[in-house]
Design a protein around this ligand. Structure first.
Ligand code: PEP
Length: 257
């Protein structure tokens, strides 16, 4: 039984005071919610104040990126050691990092290994572009991204990794994948590739989120699909009431399954 995980990706939004006010608004309602794990992935400068504001709650706190080295002359980077004791998870290989900051399957793999070595729960993002989707290349491309990200990762480590399937054409566009398509790619491509690497038992333990224009109107339908184990949500996670509603709808949809 995989516990669903709904994480907000705030991208480059919110000041410290806005972030703390958000945490204070969601902390009580989300701590009482059963059957779903919730998380906030925020800019590195927000993580320490957020960790203080969320103290005592069960809400995961994640970075949106990190470097793989522990320390050194890497100006502007954040290391897994720095995240220790502040964040408990980290997004790796978001398509915006791949597109604008030169992230590759190889750097994703290095970061994934570093996150695991420092006990951070990774959320590894994969997903095809519109052109790849239209050319019928989704299966091969997404499967290749999974194989690249998971290179030299053991089965025991793999079981604790979260994967987010995020078709790039659905991110921030208001055009989510249909729940059937998302379920099919997650089951028949992402989980099937993981089963090829680690066997069905381990693949069956790995949580796979869907991301791309999830909102309060479509979340219940998406989360009612058996292969979808939660969501990675950008825009719709920025307001406390919306984020609470997304988490509640995920718990409810999964309790029916
Ligand atoms: C994301 O940032 O990972 C994302 C899916 O964004 P949005 O929900 O806004 O499409």
């Amino acid at each position: 039984m995989r516990t669903p995980f709904l994480a907000g990706n705030w991208k480059m939004f919110k000041t410290v005071s806005e972030a703390v006010a958000f945490a204070e608004a969601v902390k009580g309602p989300l701590s009482m919610l059963k059957g779903v794990e919730c998380g906030i992935c925020a800019s590195a400068v927000l993580l320490h104040p957020l960790s203080l504001a969320l103290k005592g709650s069960s809400i995961h706190l994640g970075a949106q990126n990190m470097y793989w080295e522990k320390e050194g002359a890497f100006t502007g980077e954040t290391s897994p050691v720095m995240l220790g004791g502040i964040a408990d998870c980290v997004i790796i290989g978001h398509s915006e990092r791949r597109q604008y900051f030169g992230e590759t399957d190889e750097t994703v793999n290095r970061k994934l290994k570093a996150a695991l070595a420092h006990s951070l729960m990774p959320i590894v993002c994969v997903g095809e572009s519109l052109a790849q989707n239209q050319a019928g290349e989704t299966e091969a491309f997404v499967s290749g991204q999974i194989k690249g990200a998971f290179a030299d990762i053991s089965a025991e480590q793999a079981a604790g990794i979260v994967v987010a399937y995020e078709p790039i054409w659905a991110i921030g566009t208001g055009l989510a994948a249909t729940s059937e398509d998302a379920n099919r790619i997650i089951g028949q491509v992402v989980r099937a590739t993981l089963a090829g690497l680690y066997g069905k038992d381990v693949a069956g333990q790995i949580r796979i989120q869907y991301g791309g224009s999830v909102n309060t109107g479509n979340v219940a339908e998406l989360m009612s699909q058996p292969e979808i184990d939660g969501g990675l949500v950008g825009g719709a996670s920025l307001k406390p009431e919306g984020f609470i509603a997304l988490c509640e709808a995920t718990a409810q949809a999964k309790s029916k399954g």
